[in-house]
Design a protein around this ligand. Structure first.
Ligand SMILES: [Zn+2]
Ligand SMILES: [Zn+2]
Length: 468
């Protein structure tokens, strides 16, 4: 008797009923012609070792250390998957490294992360991407040759402690793992990929833990919103601290992460979604995508912004789910009134914007404001990036210790990639999540530096690299 476990891929491709039927046939010794069979039939794709391709490689820190170079693939190991990249979205997180303004990490700094990799080893940049499986190692079970896949910024192995407790955003196969060479440069130097995934290259070579099979007709560009920014925005409001129907939500920062959080809050049934951003184009886009109000932090400044948001969230005679109640303090605004969910997606200006700049380029004022805006019992999700590693933020001690504010911090918005990507894709298919409107500029690998310029100086919302 043949016994095989049903894979997640089979469930996604065939549905539960068909997968169960397939299992029954297998148990009975049948020979179902299924996709699952294809994974196990020995079709591993061509031998890709020696193939030429191009990738955006950093060879150090500082000006002109990142460029598009010719590369040659190395042989793959048993659990690796070779993906022909179709689209990859440019993250603000990478701007400083790519544009050469980032200092190397200080291995002795008290706040420095544990460094397991040589920061100067040549590295293909990227936070993942979307593409099609070209070849798989002998032990790969999660995907088959020809599958469309998303390679998200964070893996979900499904086996480690963090995955089992629902925090795959901290999967041990994800950020911080030891990187392995996947290619060589023309001088023979070995090249790794950022996070063992890369993305800004014609090929990605990822361990199967980081490869998510997807079965959809959505475009690769739409799907590529999900591998980092939109996965983060949707994750915060749908997984990390799920927005309750009828609640009030405030989102600070209308980059692609914040705009995705606005959409996620709308999809979850928020009664009110208040967007905050200094850039008018972004506020207008937020209103188009589901925000019910859009505020300019250069108009409502400091505490006034906090008070304005709290005032918008005062209880009315409408039925609402937020649970806010009014006990006015001396400022006339109750500490326990405010949005039930507050999302921070602002971060630090590593580059001075060439459009409307916010009131505080360090991002510290927005961090104070989101804390003040969160009412007692409310939820605060933060995900801002780019802060100097030694920067500090302070909170009023009374509210910090027993203010009953719940702070959620995460990698990738708490998204569990293997579980959540398929449902995010359903939202695109149903027209509930508008990925297209957030893709404001498209580039190729040849002009990747222009793409990062636009992202760094905030003259675009999302720069999408589309491979030729
Ligand atoms: Zn990213
Ligand atoms: Zn894991």
């Amino acid at each position: 008797m043949t016994t095989r476990s049903v894979s997640r891929r089979t469930l996604l491709k065939q549905g539960t009923a068909a997968a169960v039927a397939t299992g029954a046939a297998l148990m009975g010794g049948g020979s179902p012609a299924t996709a699952q069979t294809a994974v196990q039939s020995g079709d591993r794709g061509p031998n890709v070792a020696g193939r030429k391709f191009r990738g955006v490689v950093s060879t150090g820190f500082g000006p002109n250390t990142t460029r598009l170079v010719d590369l040659t693939l190395l042989p793959i190991s048993g659990r690796q998957v070779v993906i022909q990249t179709e689209a990859s979205q440019c993250c603000y997180t990478m701007c400083a490294r790519v544009l050469g303004t980032q200092d190397p990490p200080d291995p002795l700094g008290p706040q420095a992360p544990v460094i397991v990799n040589d920061p100067n080893e040549p590295t293909i940049q990227g936070h993942g991407g979307v593409g099609r499986v070209l070849a798989i190692g002998a032990d790969v079970k999660r995907v088959a040759v020809g599958d469309r896949v998303i390679v998200p910024v964070t893996a979900q192995c499904g086996q480690c402690y963090q995955c089992l407790r629902g925090r795959a955003d901290r999967c041990q196969f994800g950020v911080g793992a030891k990187t392995v060479p996947i290619a060589t440069m023309s001088n023979g130097t070995k090249v790794v990929q950022a996070g063992n995934i890369g993305g800004l290259a014609d090929y990605m070579v990822a361990f199967e833990e980081a490869v998510i099979p997807v079965f959809t007709n959505a475009s690769s560009e739409e799907l590529a919103m999900l591998h980092c920014v939109s996965g983060t925005g949707l994750g915060m409001v749908m997984t990390l601290a799920p927005v309750e129907p009828g609640s009030h939500v405030a989102v600070f920062g209308m980059g692609p992460v914040g705009l995705s959080a606005v959409q996620g809050a709308r999809i979850m049934g928020a009664a009110q979604v208040i967007a905050v951003d200094p850039i008018k184009v972004r506020r207008d886009l937020a209103l188009k995508l589901g925000a019910t109000a859009a505020l300019d932090p250069n108009v409502d400044k400091g505490w006034d912004l906090v008070a304005r948001i709290k005032t918008l969230c005062k209880p009315t005679d409408r039925i609402y789910a937020g649970g806010g109640y009014q006990v006015a303090n001396r400022a006339g605004i109750a500490a326990n009134i405010g949005p039930d969910f507050v999302i921070e997606a602002v971060g630090y200006d590593r580059f001075m914007p060439k459009v409307e700049a916010g009131p505080d380029p360090t991002g510290m004022e927005p961090l104070a404001q989101v804390w003040q805006t969160t009412p007692m019992g409310g939820h605060l999700c933060t995900c801002g990036v780019g802060f100097p590693t030694q920067a500090k933020v302070a909170f009023p001690v009374g509210q910090w210790t027993n203010g009953s504010k719940t702070h959620h911090s995460s990698q990738f918005g708490g998204t569990n990639s293997m579980r959540d990507m398929p449902r995010y894709i359903r939202l695109i298919e149903q027209g509930l999540f508008d990925a297209k409107s957030m893709i404001t500029d498209k580039y190729t690998l040849d002009n990747v530096m222009d793409a990062y310029d636009a992202v760094a100086y905030r003259t675009t919302v999302t720069a999408m690299i589309v491979m030729g």
